[in-house]
Design a protein around this ligand. Sequence first.
Ligand code: F6P
Length: 530
Amino acid sequence: MMEIWKKLQTRFDAIGERPILALFEDKARAEDFCIQTQHMRFDYSKTNIDGDTRTDLIALAKAADVASKRDAMFSGQKINETEGRAVLHTALRSRDEAPVLVEGHDVMPAIRRTLQRMAAFADHIRDSDITDIVNIGIGGSDLGPAMAVAALAPYHDGPCCHFVSNVDGAHIAETLRGLDAKTTLVIVASKTFTTIETMTNARTARAWMVDHGGDPATQFAALSTAEEKTAAFGINPDQVFGFEDWVGGRYSVWGPIGLSLMIAIGPRGFEAFLDGGNAMDRHFCAADPLENMPMMLALVGIWHNQICGYATRAVLPYDERLSLLPDYLQQLEMESNGKRVKMDGSAVDRHTGPVVWGAAGTNGQHAFYQLIHQGTRVIPCEFMVAANGHEPELAHHHHLLIANCLAQSEALMQGRSLIQARKIMADQGLTGNELERQAQHRVFPGNRPSTTLVYERLDPFTLGQIIALYEHRTFVEGVILGINSYDQWGVELGKELATSLQPVVDGTQSTEGKDSSTASLVDYLIKHRD
Ligand code: F6P
């Protein structure tokens, strides 16, 4: 593998300042550097990847044995080796009769039973007087359903969903204000049912419900792997939806953690969402690397991050309803691939996952695009936009949205030369030093890479495809880097220290033993407390 990494590095060094635009002398490039699946097209032609580089990238994936590791994941092997767990979120969206075995036991019957129970509960709630759902969770128990509920707003015909994640009392206070405790269902979503933020918010919500005439015995549901803990909290077992430890938090929207989405769009809409995820699974397992969307999205990521050294990537959906997608993908990719050692515990010999960030277009254009276009760092951009919006009466808005999305990728690639900038200044009547000075500020270096994902419409099926696409991209990148994408030990230390600091902040324990910075900050905060 080392040879291929070196070859790719040599290719990058040789490319130098080669304009991406020059690659389009190959008239077939736009078609060749693009992949289509049902209702979607992924274009990576506006990158500096040429045919030879692509061949080497595919060779890298082969050398890393992505295909057999993929098969190991889908077949229930314990690929999450540091936690001794299988990784089977794909089973949650499996739509055929084939068994999926974990330690010789078929997990599919239980998955189907839970899905049926969820559907019956969702229908019951949708037919009841419940007007509002409050999902209390954090991380994967919040971002997935919150993102998907926002994305699929045009398909909502159930109660209104709200999401509380932050332990900051402001979040739950603002959310509960104005809700009727008698017609609100609280869903406590926590895989472990120990997460301090979620349990604190859940207890606050329960007290609010009791104080305002609601009935927690019937108006609380739980989504968790820890059924004894949900029972200890007092949640009616009929309203508890369990799942297994082989569903990672950031991969859990496909099962019980997606209950709020199911209540919002109905069980049939939720099934279409699962169908979309499953369609991407089948594509990922069957397509040759060159035609494989998650594979090529991952290889573009590896090229930009590990070879070109671009440390971040921006996710830029030109779709207001996908505003939470950058946050969702941030957890998916950074919690999965932000690792420092390989599966065997040895140090990785290159950088791992990039910083993933972004915002919905066009808003970002008026905020941070300045740096993307003219800053000194190159930031690969991942654009996405639908052919159709959900507001046919506002088609002109949508056309403008599409034009902006495509214009940005064009501008990033083309740039504007000093000669062009001088001409613009001369046309405005500037001359001499002032012309030169002003022209410099109007130069766009260009040659900045981007990919574009276009789809027909953001419906449940397409959203399912998009999420599964990014999940598998994360998997492929993790395999190539040799890391475990399915644990998250890096979140533990902060949690432990927060627990030990709590009595210090409460004032029941002294700051002794704390570093002097932390001790002084605690002192200040206690001294200035009302
Ligand atoms: O602290 C990180 C994390 O464990 C995430 O991986 C997870 O999505 C989140 O916390 C919430 O965990 P839980 O669902 O167990 O409350």
